[in-house]
Design a protein around this ligand. Structure first.
Ligand code: AMP
Length: 211
């Protein structure tokens, strides 16, 4: 099962990817997570990517495509994967087509999560993280036991720089300009899902569309 999850930042791609991993036993490949790892480990790519990520801008296509060529060539990808947050631009989608051909991989489906901008701003502006562990909370939908403190360590929670409202708005406008055209690019092999529903309902709609 080789899938692409396409949708706005904060639209629930990561959450649905986690559920799909459990159901299908295939890895989630999130370019955002991979880049954050590079940043944490202060690799050359991480140092370069950080300035774009902090501003909510896209990391250049060539860096992303090199990183993905490396990742998709690994043996755990042979039976399938869920691409989360990639491709995000037309050149990335074109690069992926070439790469899939080279690896002899067949894409099964592109799942488009449809979520309005305002509900994304509400979701993302309330997000809090415990940076050392990566645990994520939401002040309204998934609050920590104690206000602004991590459940496990009691350490202070923070707002990820790219979750600040002005950054979220900027990321959404980049999504509309650069990523939304991919819905047209993949129109022959995609399904559009209403991402504003409950998590379980969204997941149910996705799995139904994969049967
Ligand atoms: P995400 O966790 O997917 O929302 O990604 C966080 C940030 O990583 C984005 O705002 C971009 O700066 C960068 N990023 C992640 N995936 C890509 C991609 N496919 N192309 C360009 N930049 C990306």
């Amino acid at each position: 099962m080789k899938l692409i999850l396409l949708g706005p930042p904060g639209g629930g791609k990561g959450t649905q990817a986690k559920l799909l991993i459990e159901k299908y036993g295939i890895p989630q490949i999130s370019t955002g997570d991979m880049l954050r790892d590079h940043v944490a480990q202060k690799t050359d790519l991480g140092m370069l990517a950080k300035s774009y990520m902090d501003k909510g801008e896209l990391v250049p296509d060539s860096l992303i495509l090199d990183m993905m060529e490396n990742r998709l060539s690994k043996s755990d990808c042979e039976n399938g994967y869920i691409l989360d947050g990639f491709p995000r631009t037309t050149p990335q989608a074109e690069g992926l087509t070439v790469l899939l051909k080279k690896l002899n991989h067949n894409l099964d489906k592109v799942i488009v999560l449809n979520v309005e901008d305002d509900s994304i701003v509400e979701r993302m502006a309330g997000r809090r993280v415990h940076l050392p562990s990566g645990r994520v909370y939401h002040i309204k939908f998934n609050p920590p036991k104690k206000h602004d403190l991590d459940d496990v360590t009691n350490e202070k929670l923070t707002i990820r720089k790219d979750d600040e409202e002005s950054t979220v708005r900027k990321r959404l406008s980049i999504y509309h300009d650069s990523t939304k055209p991919l819905i047209e690019f993949y129109k022959n092999n995609s399904v559009i899902i209403n991402g504003t529903q409950d998590i379980d309902k969204v997941f149910n709609d996705i799995t139904k569309s994969l049967k």
